[in-house]
Design a protein around this ligand. Structure first.
Ligand code: GRF
Length: 202
C-alpha cells in the first residue's frame, strides 16, 4: 500500500527529540507515512546530526522569510510531501505557506492548549507558567497551524498530572514523554482522516 510522506521542520536550537520519535515510529511496520525530509532553519541546528544519523535527508532553508517560503514549498512539491510537521520550530510560518498548505501543517505544543500558548510561550516558560497557575494537569497538544501562534484546531492531546513537588524540569520531562507518543498518533489520525483519500490530488 502506498504510504504518505511527511516533512519535519525542526527548530534552530531544538534537540530534535520529536523529530526522532516520528522517524522511529515511521519505521515501525504498519505506520502509514514515511519521513521524506527534515527541514532545518539553520545549518547549526543540533537536530541535523540526529536526522542524518537516522538516515533522513536534511535540507537547510534560507532564513529570509520570502526565500524560506519559496524553498519550503518547492521542496515539499518536488519531494511529493503530504504533511509538514513542526517540531521545535519557534517562528511564525509565513502566511503564503499557511495558505498553500492549509490543513497540511501540524505543530506540537507542550501544554494543554488553548491554555499556556501564544507568542512568548515556549520552552521552560510554558512549564513555569503551568506551575505558577497551580494547575493539576498539563500535557501535550498537536494542532493545525494557522497564521497565529498556537491557535489552530486541535487534533489530539495527551494529559499528565502535575505533581506537588514538580519543578519546570520534572514537568517538562513528563510532558515530553507524552509528546513523543502524541505526534506519531496525530500523524496516523491525520492520514486516516485527511491524507489518504486526497493522495492522488495533492
Ligand atoms: C517540544 O517541547 C515541543 O513541544 C516544542 O518545542 C520542543 C521541541 O523539542 N514545540 P525537540 O526539539 O523535539 O526535542
Amino acid at each position: 500500500m502506498e504510504r504518505g510522506r511527511v516533512a519535519i521542520l525542526v527548530g534552530s536550537k531544538g534537540r530534535g527529540s520529536n523529530m526522532e520519535a516520528i522517524v522511529r515510529a515511521s519505521q515501525e511496520p504498519g505506520f502509514p507515512m514515511e519521513v521524506a525530509v527534515v527541514f532545518a532553519p539553520s545549518d547549526t541546528a543540533p537536530a541535523i546530526e540526529r536526522a542524518q544519523s537516522l538516515g533522513v535527508p536534511v535540507v537547510v532553508l534560507p532564513s529570509e522569510p520570502e526565500a524560506f517560503a519559496q524553498s519550503l514549498l518547492r521542496e515539499m512539491a518536488e519531494r511529493n510531501v503530504d504533511l509538514l510537521c513542526l517540531a521545535g520550530y519557534m517562528r511564525l510560518i509565513p502566511a503564503s505557506v499557511v495558505e498553500a498548505l492549509r490543513g497540511r501543517i501540524l505543530n506540537i505544543h507542550p501544554a494543554l492548549l488553548p491554555k499556556f500558548g501564544g507568542k512568548g510561550m515556549y520552552g521552560m516558560r510554558v512549564h513555569e507558567a503551568v506551575l505558577a497557575a497551580g494547575e493539576t494537569e498539563s500535557g501535550a497538544t498537536v494542532h493545525f497551524v494557522n497564521e497565529r501562534y498556537d491557535e489552530g484546531d486541535i487534533l489530539i492531546q495527551r494529559r499528565v498530572p502535575v505533581l506537588p513537588n514538580d519543578t519546570p524540569e520534572t514537568l517538562a520531562a513528563r510532558v515530553l514523554e507524552q509528546e513523543h507518543r502524541a505526534y506519531p498518533e496525530a500523524i496516523r489520525i491525520w492520514w486516516e482522516r485527511y491524507g489518504k483519500g486526497r493522495k492522488a490530488s495533492l
